[in-house]
Design a protein around this ligand. Structure first.
Ligand SMILES: Nc1nc2c(ncn2[C@@H]2O[C@H](COP(=O)(O)OP(=O)(O)OP(=O)(O)O)[C@@H](O)[C@H]2O)c(=O)[nH]1
Length: 296
């Protein structure tokens, strides 16, 4: 069979370039040319002779500098090969690539290939999204709460600001569920979750389904009076839902609120314990009310 190496390389999907020990391009395959022309380069652009290392360093982006460092490591023999995953979004499309760098044995040349890994990245994003959210209501789940509360706790420690947690529980939900059935119960949970979510306006506000008919609202950089205002709006919003209890009254919630600065508590989870205690007091006081604590 009489086929050349470049015929084989031109048949591959990966964009491939061969560079010399100084980073100068000696060869690019057809996929490389096609990708470049789909990004606005002329189809007959002369790639050979251009310095790829210098191109990576232009603009001093993190990915560009990382790529240049890895290529230099392979050229100098510090590594046998190197991989780098990096985003390369166009104005119309999100996409990611993986760069692979290796020395061509018995030569001073290095082969660089770029593989499109967008499908895998999108699936990873989806899996991450599913693992952090409640499938019924779409709110965040406990895992997201742990992640976010920890992140915000560190932020508040750094900037000496406070944060609040609202623990929200539907009153007599068991009676509702038993009377109207589980499916209607699910619709009620979705409607309540929507009200809570619609009151989470700021970037640091995170609405969570904590379990069953219990919800958490994490309010970053929010003091006790502001948290109480949000809680009252949620109560009013839920009472205004076009749903009613078996006794023909509005759906109500009890809310426990805890508000603190990280300097006064050891960890974010303590805020949840405190909100839980306030929720218990709200239930004890006859339900459909808020109780608040803000240790100094
Ligand atoms: N439909 C539905 N019901 C749920 C879900 N998760 C938990 N529940 C129900 O929520 C009810 C919670 O009951 P309880 O813990 O006794 O609370 P409650 O009846 O609201 O009473 P108080 O909180 O004291 O006002 C139980 O009947 C659970 O079966 C769910 O995903 N869907």
């Amino acid at each position: 069979m009489d086929i050349s190496c470049s015929q084989i390389l031109d048949a591959l999907q990966a964009q491939i370039a061969v560079i010399d020990a100084n980073g100068a391009i000696c060869y690019v395959n057809q996929a490389w040319r096609d990708f470049a022309s789909s990004n606005g380069m002329s189809a007959d652009y002369e790639w050979e002779g251009n310095n790829y290392l210098a191109a990576c360093k232009i603009g001093s982006t993190d990915e560009g500098l990382q790529a240049a460092n890895l290529i230099e490591d392979v050229i100098s023999g510090l590594r046998d090969e190197a991989y780098l995953e990096y985003p390369c979004h166009s104005p119309t499309m999100r996409r990611w690539f993986m760069m692979h760098v290796a020395i061509i044995p018995s030569t001073p040349l290095c082969v660089i290939s770029h593989h499109n890994i967008t499908d895998r990245k999108l699936i990873e994003e989806k899996v991450e999204e599913l693992s952090l959210h409640d499938p019924l209501t779409g709110l965040g789940n406990r895992r997201l709460f742990l992640q976010e509360s920890h992140r915000q706790w560190l932020h508040n420690q750094r900037y000496h600001t406070g944060m609040s947690v609202l623990m929200i529980d539907i009153d007599h939900f068991k009676i509702y569920n038993d009377y109207f059935g589980h499916l209607a119960g699910d619709q009620c949970l979705i409607a309540v979750a929507d009200v809570i979510q619609s009151n989470a306006h700021r970037p640091d506000d995170v609405a969570i389904r904590f379990g069953g008919e219990e919800f958490l609202l994490l309010l970053g950089q929010t003091d006790a009076p502001s948290a109480l205002l949000v809680a009252e709006k949620i109560q009013a919003g839920i009472m205004a839902l076009p749903l009613h209890t078996p006794a023909n009254g509005p759906i109500t919630v009890s809310i426990g609120i805890a508000s603190a600065r990280p300097s006064s508590l050891s960890e974010a989870n303590r805020l949840v314990d405190l909100a839980d205690k306030q929720l218990y007091l709200a239930k004890e006081s006859g339900r459909n009310c808020c109780k608040i604590t803000h240790p100094s």
